[in-house]
Design a protein around this ligand. Structure first.
Ligand SMILES: Nc1ncnc2c1ncn2[C@@H]1O[C@H](COP(=O)(O)OP(=O)(O)OP(=O)(O)O)[C@@H](O)[C@H]1O
Ligand SMILES: [Mg+2]
Length: 354
């Protein structure tokens, strides 16, 4: 496929991409590389100069544009909400287009607010009365209003701060787990791309696809220097996000509950009544009386059993004792793991525990 704008700018050149239905596919690349152009050719906001776009096997040029767009939700940066309409009316714009009754529309809007994690109390506010992250959620709700099988998202989260952004990404992954849409997601942030995408297309200026692969593959085997430099530093470490933790066997360390007395001489992990880690007692630091929160050294990150190896290594490296704390899904203590053990697992050896 190719798109040349009047005046001769070639935005997309020789692109041939197949997107798996029911998954998130990410287009990532530097500014001006043709991401938005590519996305807009899918819902016919832009027509290609050459080539065809097939959705579900059908050439989009043969579809009725209104019907086509009904099946394709569209989310953009800063949500693109109508400033003079309330949240509910913004979301309702889409079902109203299809002549749903007022009551049904409002009910549907409320359902969608709930789906994207917003309280119903926001329904009658105006966009300016919402935070950036909330606006973005409303934008997603609006795009989902007609329950389209396909969702186009053009840098939807790039205008919010990093913490909110992570929340929105997690929310999208959760939603996708529930809804199973075919999502085409544009970003210039490679970390966002590898977090969200089942497959990622890295685009190069001039509108070429430099590499189209699963995130793990992209990090392990970048196709060329451009992809390597675009992915950036810490490639090997970041790839651990995709390595599963089979082979990690948590070891043991002395533990004690708050309120108990310690007689141990080495590092002691202090747990609360629900066996959740509260912190560490360094060697020789046990108080004469019962252990309280006061004398504790804060722990490192916790590693949830069964999640990717990156978390295990981070837990080990960030723990004051050098022992990463492994917890179960409810945050309860399971065991500890040392960095050496994680490295042994990475290298395929069994290694000593922990
Ligand atoms: N309407 C237009 N007329 C002429 N050239 C255009 C037009 N729209 C985009 N372009 C050019 O086409 C190229 C690709 O633009 P596009 O908006 O697709 O890039 P992008 O990857 O989405 O960039 P960004 O990350 O900045 O949003 C750019 O060089 C741009 O200047
Ligand atoms: Mg763009």
């Amino acid at each position: 496929m190719r798109k040349e704008y009047p005046g001769g700018a070639v935005a997309v050149d020789d692109v041939d991409l197949k997107v798996e239905a029911g998954t998130i596919t990410v287009l990532v690349g530097p500014s001006g590389c043709g991401k938005t152009t590519l996305l807009r050719m899918v819902n016919r906001m832009i027509d290609p100069s050459a080539g065809t776009v097939l959705v579900d096997g059908r050439d989009v040029r043969e579809a009725d544009p209104a019907l086509l767009r009904r099946g394709i939700g569209y989310v953009i940066q800063q949500a693109g909400l109508f400033p003079h309409r309330t949240v509910v009316d913004n979301i309702a714009t889409v079902p109203r287009l299809y002549r749903a009754s007022r009551r049904d529309t409002r009910r549907r809007a409320q359902e969608l607010l709930d789906l994207v994690g917003l309280p119903a109390t926001l329904a009658d506010r105006y966009p300016a009365q919402l935070s950036g992250g909330q606006q973005q959620r409303v934008g997603v709700a609006r795009a989902l209003a007609a329950d389209p099988p396909v969702l186009l998202m053009d840098e939807p989260f790039s205008a919010v701060d990093p913490v909110v952004r992570e929340g929105l990404q997690d929310e999208l992954l959760r939603l996708q787990g529930e809804l199973g849409k075919t999502v085409l997601f544009v970003t210039h942030d490679i970390d966002e791309a590898v977090k969200l995408g089942e497959k990622v297309a890295v685009l190069r200026t001039g509108g070429h696809v430099a590499q189209y692969a699963a995130p793990d593959e992209l990090l392990a085997r970048p196709a060329d220097d451009f992809v390597t430099s675009f992915i950036g530093r810490d490639r090997g470490y970041r790839r651990l996000s995709f390595v599963d933790s089979d082979g990690i066997e948590p070891g043991e360390v002395d533990t004690i509950a708050l309120g108990e007395r310690s007689t141990a001489t080495g590092w002691v992990l202090v747990l609360d009544g629900d066996r959740r880690p509260r912190g560490w007692l360094p060697p020789g630091a046990a108080p004469d009386g019962p252990v309280t929160e006061d004398g504790l050294v804060a722990g490192g990150s916790l590693y949830t059993r069964g999640t990717a190896l990156r978390g295990a290594l981070d837990a080990a490296l960030s723990a004051p004792s050098g022992l990463g704390v492994v917890v179960d899904e409810h945050g309860g203590y399971v065991g500890v793991v040392g960095a050496r053990h994680v490295l042994d697992v990475i290298e395929g050896g069994r290694g000593e525990r922990p």
